[in-house]
Design a protein around this ligand. Sequence first.
Ligand SMILES: Cc1cc2nc3c(=O)[nH]c(=O)nc-3n(C[C@H](O)[C@H](O)[C@H](O)COP(=O)(O)OP(=O)(O)OC[C@H]3O[C@@H](n4cnc5c(N)ncnc54)[C@H](O)[C@@H]3O)c2cc1C
Length: 396
Amino acid sequence: MVVGAGLAGWRLVEALRRDGYRGAVTVIGDERHQPYDRPPLSKQVLAGVVALDDTTLVHPGSPHDVTWRLGVAATGLDVERREVQLAGGERVAATHIAIATGTRARRLATTAGERVHALRTIDDVTSLNADLARVVPGATVAIIGGGFIGAEVATSLTKRGYRAIVLEVAARPLLTVLGAEVSSWLEGLAMAAGVELRSSQQIKDVVVEGDALRLRIDGAEDVVASVVIAGVGAIPNVDWLVDSGLRLDNGVVVDGALQAAPGIAAIGDVARFAWSGPVGSSVARMEHWQVANDHAATLARAWLTGEHDAGVLVPYFWSDQYGKKIQMLGHPDPTDDVTRVHGDLETGRWLALYHRGGVVTGIVALSSPRALMLAKALLERPTSVVEAIERAPWAS
Ligand SMILES: Cc1cc2nc3c(=O)[nH]c(=O)nc-3n(C[C@H](O)[C@H](O)[C@H](O)COP(=O)(O)OP(=O)(O)OC[C@H]3O[C@@H](n4cnc5c(N)ncnc54)[C@H](O)[C@@H]3O)c2cc1C
């Protein structure tokens, strides 16, 4: 049984069927929709070039012998009996249970309540588009949060002709994710793409003012906008597991083989898993599309073969923002040292290595996808930064 009809859960079903599992599969999802892809929502869908229906992950060749329980939330888990309780009280048992409930958008507590949009689901996009449809072209849209989602939303809405203002609480967007140096290299991108970016903006409240919304900001002038969207992070969906006895700590804590308890695993955004990186092991939760795919493949193999070797997981994510593509391999700490090894800031194409104690911990690239992929092997086993620069695989 898979709880959570998102990317990780659906990829697990696909892998199980592909690898020969013929038993019963039940997928429980609290959204009314069959699994769909979220990355296009803030990019092509919001920009108006891809239809919502085209984000579906269920295609004619997809597994069809699946029992769907959509629009119903799991509310509890009995670990001993391997039984999931559903809203309404029904209980469903299974030999194996995958927890794939992902994350939800963090909501800002403001006076304007639901008038401040989030962007996580198809329903969020539908509601945002309905709000945008009632305002005039060129209207001001305020985006709270200059992280990946905020920047992508601002880019897409600028393409549609809105005036996008991004309000970022930190001194620079992505400072706490990419570190001081790399975030400084990205500083001019928003402006070049026609987006107004204001940093060090602490939102005190958002209040409704007729048809518009007024954002009150600590120590700065108010912003009045027709539509407001918050992209301020995500929270793992573990509330339904609080009485289960599973270890919860910013996600479901699982081992390197993604197991939370016998027969119970967690995958994707909700999983806080033991990860072996180039400079040792750590426990991490990663909200990356590729990690959800990799987890699903690993878990299907473990369930079908009993083989619990997760192999080498090189985390990967990308973001399309301000007309550029940011890509990252590895899971560096934002305080790791950084050396730019390819390209330059002027051309807006470059590649840099993160390193700690002389060992490469991550690779970040701006609009240099080929160079990034050529460098991936540097993270498949510990590689010193000296050796990396000597080999320079990105230049091949
Ligand atoms: C707008 C947007 C853009 C993104 N862009 C990128 C990108 O460019 N690059 C990248 O690497 N990653 C990106 N991501 C992240 C990527 O989409 C996620 O890593 C991926 O969706 C994780 O899949 P998941 O299945 O773990 O979780 P989810 O996709 O969140 O799916 C979990 C599902 O479980 C459901 N659920 C939750 N609780 C319950 C419950 N109690 N009972 C039943 N069902 C439940 C949820 O409603 C949801 O449908 C983006 C995410 C968003 C929202």
